[in-house]
Design a protein around this ligand. Structure first.
Ligand SMILES: [Zn+2]
Length: 680
């Protein structure tokens, strides 16, 4: 889904999970524990090291993970729950409910490695043959439309989303896409040897898949070169991801006819008919220059090269579910990006696949097992407390005029909360899941989702819809919907621990809630009004004052070293850093409000020798304790709008006078910034 403001990195980290036995014994305490603290470090010198030092000493990155971190620990726990649910559903027999039949059979077909090996590429052959049979450009457009429906997105992305200018209505969108590497930079940057190397990994991987599909060694190598050539042209025409953060750069609403005219060689009208869109007269083309380049590619490339490119995208998407040689080639490519030592156990990959295909069916069983009404109530109370402190924070801002403050309050009050799981579950009755048909199920599930997205065009926005499945360990803020969403998956220790003191919980889940709420007012979010329209509600002077403060944060974070020779991109990470800083500040305010209201004085007492403020900061840091493989770190610096965790922790506390007071830090110490940045 295209929600912005996701709390945690989701690029390749979203796949996860590992066998309990192989890792948990060697890992440090999983919940909040003062055992994680490294007391040999001065908290005013390096707070992250102090709070997470012992945790890091004991933690090991499991072979099948690119990193080890709080949210992966929680994912691993969730996955064991999901595995048990799916195995039960799989074994249920004929008395099963329709829901259990679908999730059980999807998982059952997926887990059967022997059957997948026996089929080789056969299960994908009908789709590949369909592309191979294409003779002209009309046929090519039909083939691209078909491939877009059943999974990957060669050439460009087509999807539906709320209209930037009428957030109540869904509009069709064409956006840049069609790349196999994580970012345009990988194709055009010649000065970073790691990026040049990744291009080699891509062509090797593509050559392997084309060979496995039956091409001669020479032809397979030529095919891979065609893929790289076409993707390089698309990469050059793609907008840099830092520029894409500004919604105005992606706002190009035009008539359907104007969009068709942008790329006359692409036969867009034929494409729309082929994917069966509802009627519409206007649409958004996020990056018109890119779409013009799609026209150029269609014009300059032979049909055969374009067929090869489309086949590549289909094989690449399907590779994890084909026979072992495909799976291994696919993993080897991912490994170059993440540094992961070994592939995940098949059951974990299949849990993830079932979540991807039938997430709100599997999610129903998941919340039945894990998420009680008491969890929702306590969470609602915390969200309420955080909204109150954000309101208090805005009212107290010395640089904002009353007019803009009034508007900000309207927007804050309009934010919707979604907690745990959807009120209305998605209906999968039309998705056919066939026992033993892994590839068929995979393609049908993709098509089901594509058609669901397309059917929304020209209809009112469904306010009840969720963009993440309930077991997901993540959260998001959506600017066009003006809503914060917290799936049940994240509402567990050490993000949210029912058994632990509020001091720690406000530092962990409290700061997460604060983070998401602040996204409504970061450099992106502030451009949307309470209804989710892209509309400026700021006075000119207040807008300038905001930009001044945001620049301070962007410059501050640009000076952090992310890894080795790579500095952090302060502009790419600006929204997340703003949300991290604002989130921590309003979470601490909420905790202080709560302590002030406690007449017994108990809330102000020390626990384990730490004051409530200190425990708040320990809870805040604990969420980010992490070990990450260097390959993965490098990739994330290039693509992830979030800062690395050490910076997510220290960058925030360095900006907070409250931190210095809580830990007795003195001017000149590393955790005391001489000139502190503050937006919210
Ligand atoms: Zn975020």
């Amino acid at each position: 889904m295209r929600n912005t403001g996701i709390l945690l990195a989701a690029v390749l980290a979203s796949s996860s999970l590992l066998l309990g036995q192989s890792s948990t014994s060697s890992q440090p305490p999983s919940g909040f524990s003062i055992e994680n603290i490294d007391k040999s470090v001065d908290p005013c010198t390096d707070f992250y090291q102090y709070a997470c030092g012992n945790w890091m000493k004991n933690a090991q990155i499991p072979g099948d993970q690119p990193e080890w971190a709080s949210f992966i620990e929680v994912e691993e726990r969730n996955n064991l729950v999901l595995k048990a649910i799916l195995e039960k559903a799989q074994a249920g027999g004929s008395s099963r409910s329709t829901l259990d039949q679908k999730i059980g059979d999807y998982y059952g077909a997926c887990i059967d490695e022997k059957a997948a090996d026996g089929k080789g590429l056969d299960a994908l052959k009908p789709e590949l043959n369909r592309i191979a049979a294409v003779k002209d450009k009309n046929g090519l457009i039909d083939a691209i439309a078909r491939v877009h429906l059943i999974g990957p997105n060669p050439l460009f992305n087509f999807y539906s989303s709320p209209d930037l200018h009428d957030a109540n209505m869904v509009i069709a969108n064409i956006d840049q896409g069609g790349l196999s590497l994580p970012d345009r930079k990988y194709y055009i940057n010649d000065s970073d040897p790691k990026m040049v190397e990744m291009r080699k990994h891509l062509t090797e991987y593509a050559t392997t898949l084309f060979s496995l599909s039956g091409q001669s060694a020479q032809r397979a190598a030529d095919s891979a070169q065609a893929v790289l050539r076409i993707e390089t042209v698309l990469a050059k025409a793609s907008m840099d991801r830092t520029l894409r953060r500004d919604p105005k750069n992606r706002d190009h609403k035009m008539t359907r006819d104007a969009a068709v005219a942008l790329a006359p060689n692409f036969y867009l009208t034929r494409y729309f008919a082929e994917i069966n869109t509802p009627t519409f007269s206007e649409m958004n083309v996020s990056n018109p220059d890119f779409f013009k380049q799609v026209n150029g590619v269609i014009e300059s490339e032979p049909v055969d090269a374009l067929k090869t490119y489309v086949q590549w995208h289909l094989m690449n998407a399907a590779a994890p579910w084909l026979s072992t040689p495909f799976v291994e080639a696919n993993f080897k490519f991912k490994q170059a990006l993440t540094g992961q030592a070994e592939i995940q156990a098949r059951w974990k990959r299949c849990v993830e696949a079932t979540d991807g295909a039938l997430g709100e069916a599997l999610g129903q069983r998941f919340v039945e097992e894990t998420f009680g009404p008491d969890g929702k109530q306590r969470m609602l109370k915390m969200v309420d407390a955080l909204e109150k402190s954000l309101d208090q924070d805005i009212r107290g801002l010395p640089w904002m005029t009353e007019d803009t403050k009034k508007q900000a309050k309207v927007k804050l009050e309009a934010i919707r909360n979604k907690i745990g799981y959807p009120d209305v579950w998605r209906d999968y009755s039309k998705l056919e899941v066939v026992p033993g048909d892994l590839m068929g199920n995979f393609l049908r599930a993709n098509e089901f989702e594509s058609r669901r997205q397309i059917a929304k065009i020209s209809k009112p926005v469904d306010r009840l819809e969720w963009g993440m499945t309930p077991p997901t360990v993540n959260a998001y803020y959506s600017p066009p919907r003006n809503e914060v969403v917290f799936p049940a998956g994240i509402l567990q220790p050490q993000f949210f621990d029912k058994k632990i003191d509020d001091d720690v919980n406000f530092g962990s889940i409290g700061a997460v809630i604060g983070h998401e709420l602040t996204h409504g007012f970061d450099d992106q979010g502030r451009k949307f009004d309470p209804q989710g329209n892209l509309r400026d509600w700021w006075t000119e002077q207040d807008g300038k004052e905001f930009e001044k403060r945001a620049s301070c944060v962007a410059d501050e974070y640009s000076n952090f070293v992310a890894i080795d020779d790579l500095k952090l991109n302060g502009k790419l990470t600006l929204g997340e850093n703003t949300a991290d800083n604002g989130g921590a500040r309003i979470a601490l305010m909420a905790l202080m409000n709560m302590i002030a209201q406690d007449k017994t004085g108990k809330a102000a007492e020390k626990i384990d020798g730490y004051t409530p403020e200190q425990r708040f900061y320990l809870g805040f840091a604990r969420v980010w304790c992490e070990k990450r493989r260097p390959e993965f770190s490098r990739m994330l610096v290039n693509v992830d709008p979030h800062s690395p965790v050490r910076i997510r922790t220290n960058g925030v506390v360095e900006n907070m006078p409250e931190f210095q007071k809580a830990w007795g830090c003195k001017a000149g110490q590393p955790m005391v910034k001489e000139s502190q940045c503050r937006v919210w």
